[in-house]
Design a protein around this ligand. Sequence first.
Ligand SMILES: *Cc1c(COP(=O)(O)O)cnc(C)c1O
Length: 223
Amino acid sequence: MSGISTALGEIRSTLPQGVELVAVSKFHPADAVREAYDAGQRIFGESRINELCDKITALPDDIQWHFIGHLQTNKVRRLVGTRRIALIESIDSERLLRLVDEESARAGIVSRVLLQVHVAREETKFGFLPDEMLDFFRRRAFDSLKATHICGIMGMASNTDDTTRVAADFRLIADIKKQIDALCPDLRGFDILSMGMSHDYQLAVEAGSTHVRIGTAIFGERR
Ligand SMILES: *Cc1c(COP(=O)(O)O)cnc(C)c1O
């Protein structure tokens, strides 16, 4: 067995039933994705458009591609235009959401997306602030979307060894999801709580994550 399939097996054995594994293959070659695919993995996460498009061409059609990186507005048409993205996890502003909606309508598809919430202090500057996200749902700003379905939220914990802090960040993200559920009880298909990476996914799962995004622990260090 290769290192990739062994790692996949080990990680899967630790995930509770119903928690989906997104194998983050960014910066790793298509051969590595193929190895994971042959070991039964079907959901892969990528963060750069060119690399993703190359892999879409090179790899089987039943792969579910998740886009997890910062999406620049000038790349939206190309991404949506592939018609191959199962989930855009990293919608980090209302402006980007509107753009994805427009391009999806133009392409004649419905895009499935997650809104990214920003709770970690220093890490990434991207994402809705918690209050901003709650306000978005309080205003029912999703009602006017034509071709986009918001399937849940995505977040990252602070990048620190302080597990108390990391666990608190995950609980906060999970709590924001619950607050949205309470604000909009009629939301349908708003089920995904995507949080947890190689070094912290166990804590994320304990806090209620439904999707963990794991790269390094499967594929090794990125080059
Ligand atoms: C790269 C990345 C991951 C995977 O990180 P690992 O530490 O390699 O598991 C998960 N989520 C996002 C948003 C990423 O950019």
